[in-house]
Ligand binder design. Structure first.
Ligand code: PEP
Length: 266
């Protein structure tokens, strides 16, 4: 059974002075053992969030990592520098693809580095609006997957807890979401691409696929009602404790229902 994951992407919000308190409040409002919770603050807030979450069973993630371990890379942060600060990392977010021109090949190198450094990666993929409107969404996402995953070892990825977030670019921060049916169809297409294009076979079934793009406590249940979707990568709403509480509570209901359907304890 795949885990239910709610991952918070705080983007370039919060400061070291306020991030710890926000993280502690969210942790206290979302205590649900059936749901994997992750908070990804800006680099400068990682230590404060880590300290606030000691003993709370909430993962801490970075929003990016460099593919090299050290060297002349001004302004960058390596996996070894994240050691002790983060155990998760978001890779290939569309805002980095757009603003830092990250390519699939570069994201693939970061993925390999994350896995070899013990960072659990959330790989973001998703199409632009015109790509969806011209019927090319699945092809675009499959190309992103092939570009980032070719050369990465499937067993290492699965063993390292590899997660994919399907985030249609036009839905991020816009208040507009994909329909649950379209998001579910894409999650299935993603696993089909892993299984067939990348030759992962049955291992593709083990990969959690999250939906991201204007997820809130009011709409998350629609996405989680789809069996192919295993949680959410949440931006704006993840800065609000009430929203996080609502989203994690919805995910817990679904986690328990899925466990019961498989005859397993939640
Ligand atoms: C994101 O940052 O990955 C995201 C989906 O943002 P938002 O929830 O604000 O659309």
């Amino acid at each position: 059974m795949r885990p239910l994951i709610i991952a918070a992407n705080w983007k370039m919000n919060t400061t070291p002075a306020d991030a710890g308190e926000l993280a502690a409040t969210i942790a206290a409002r979302t205590e649900e053992p059936t749901v994997t919770r992750v908070i990804c603050p800006p680099y400068v807030c990682l230590a404060a969030v880590r300290d606030a979450l000691v003993g709370k069973n909430v993962g801490v993630g970075a929003q990016n990592v460099h593919h090299e371990l050290a060297g002349a890379y001004t302004g960058e942060v390596s996996a070894s520098q994240l050691n002790g600060l983060a155990t998760w990392v978001i890779l290939g977010h569309s805002e980095r693809r757009r603003d830092q021109f990250e390519s699939d090949a570069l994201i693939g190198k970061k993925l390999a580095r994350a896995i070899s450094s013990g960072l659990r990666p959330i790989l973001c993929v998703g199409e632009l609006l015109d790509e969806r409107e011209s019927g090319r969404a699945v092809e675009v996402v499959a190309t992103q997957l092939r570009g980032a995953l070719a050369g990465n070892d499937v067993d290492a990825l699965i063993g390292g807890g590899f997660v994919i977030a399907y985030e249609p670019v036009w839905a991020i921060g816009t208040g507009r979401t994909a329909s649950a049916a379209d998001a579910a169809a894409m999650a299935e297409a993603i696993r089909a691409a892993l299984a067939a294009d990348l030759g992962w076979g049955k291992a593709a079934d083990a990969v959690p696929v999250l939906y991201g793009g204007s997820v809130t406590s009011a709409n998350i249940a629609e996405f989680l009602a789809e069996h192919s979707i295993d949680g959410g990568l949440v931006g704006g709403a993840s800065l609000k404790p009430d929203e996080m509480a609502g989203m994690v509570a919805s995910a817990a209901v679904v986690a328990k229902a899925r466990a019961a359907a498989e005859g397993k304890p939640a």
